[in-house]
Design a protein around this ligand. Structure first.
Ligand SMILES: Nc1ncnc2c1ncn2[C@@H]1O[C@H](COP(=O)(O)OP(=O)(O)OP(=O)(O)O)[C@@H](O)[C@H]1O
Length: 331
């Protein structure tokens, strides 16, 4: 394991920011710390980095007990949302900086900088100042700088948080490809579930200072440990006594199966390639949301007011409304 966090807790006065956190991250893995704002993700990342000390517990990095080591002795690289690159230094100088203060030979620094700029696709901007780069390019520069000193662990705190949606998405794909090339153990904080699902090998869901679940994107999506994880990782609606995903509901215009529940379409909204139906269900306070593909919806030819019957699809993931462990419906 590259990073072992054991029994880590952190309080700010009476407030418990982290409560008995245990997590093992294997070497070379790209891990997302995912959760709502204030859940404790950044605090955990900062404790791994050594920028914050835990009240109790231990942090091991590559087999070395790092609990009491200062950040510079942990061999970690980090990038934050508003990363301060040196404004008066060129792109190349920024990347070279960490190597120069370590007094590496000139030729080695030059070769390493060229290699890193190539990796982050900034070779043609080597002589520009950071102010002459776009936001996305600046974050790539920040990553190159963090990678220059060959850290054993790379820690990223919402590295793309301040950028617009399109650039964010590009950088996300790029980070995944970069990781596939260099395989440095990476932990990144995000509150964006799509970002975590698309990029990470494994996701640690953190809420109110505790770990809700650890798993691959598929495991979390298909087998959420509880109501919270299910709701945080995707859209959820209610049907009968269970919560499930809107695309995991069969909608029919005849009663069909005996367990189908009758309802009436009160709204139909086309969004891109899908149609979102709001259905009032008999004996249920909240309406049910059903999402169908446009082709499927067109075949059913439904108007507002139509009578329909709903049931969970075979194999749908669902959790009881009160939030016990998730179950898979039997085929
Ligand atoms: N120095 C501090 N003093 C007091 N409270 C703090 C301090 N740092 C963090 N906290 C509190 O600890 C909790 C966890 O903060 P943390 O930054 O780890 O959350 P987060 O999950 O990263 O959230 P976000 O996505 O908003 O950054 C928050 O409620 C925050 O207000």
């Amino acid at each position: 394991m590259s990073i072992e966090v054991r029994g880590v807790g952190k309080r700010y006065g009476d407030f418990v920011a982290l409560d008995d956190i245990n997590v093992s991250l294997p070497t070379g893995q790209l891990t997302a710390l995912l959760g709502p704002s204030g859940g404790g993700k950044s605090t955990l990342l900062r404790i791994i980095a050594g920028l914050e000390s835990a009240d109790g517990g231990s942090v091991e990095i590559e087999g070395v007990d790092a609990t009491k080591l200062p950040p510079q002795k942990r061999n970690v690289g980090f990038v934050f949302q508003h990363y301060a690159v040196f404004k008066h230094m060129t792109v190349a100088k920024n990347v070279a900086f960490g190597l120069e203060i370590r007094k590496r030979p000139k030729a080695e620094v030059k070769a390493k900088v060229a290699e890193l700029l190539e990796l982050v696709h900034l070779s043609q901007f080597a002589h520009r100042l950071p102010s002459q780069l776009s936001g996305g390019q600046r974050q790539r520069l920040a990553l190159a700088r963090a990678l220059a000193v060959e850290p054993s662990v790379l820690l990223l705190d919402e590295p793309f948080g301040a950028l617009d949606a399109k650039v964010r998405k590009e950088l996300r794909d790029w980070l995944r490809r970069l990781h596939d090339e260099v395989h440095v153990t990476t932990v990144f904080v995000t509150h964006d579930q799509e970002e975590a699902l698309e990029v990470a090998d494994e996701i640690v869901v953190i809420n109110e200072g505790r770990i809700e679940q650890i798993g691959t994107p598929d495991q979390l999506y298909d087998e959420p440990a509880n109501d919270f994880v299910m709701g945080f990782l995707g859209e959820v609606t209610q049907l009968g006594g269970v919560r499930l995903r809107p695309h995991d509901i069969d909608l029919a215009t005849t009663p069909g199966a005996p367990d189908a529940v009758a309802g009436r379409v009160v709204r139909a909204l086309r969004v891109g390639f899908e149609v979102r139906f709001t259905v009032d269900v008999e004996g249920q306070a909240e309406p049910t949301l059903v999402v169908l593909s446009r082709t499927h919806a067109r075949a059913l030819d439904l108007d507002v007011g139509a009578q329909v019957w709903l049931r969970p699809t075979t194999g749908a993931t669902s959790v009881p409304v009160l939030g016990a462990p998730a179950t898979k419906a039997l085929a």
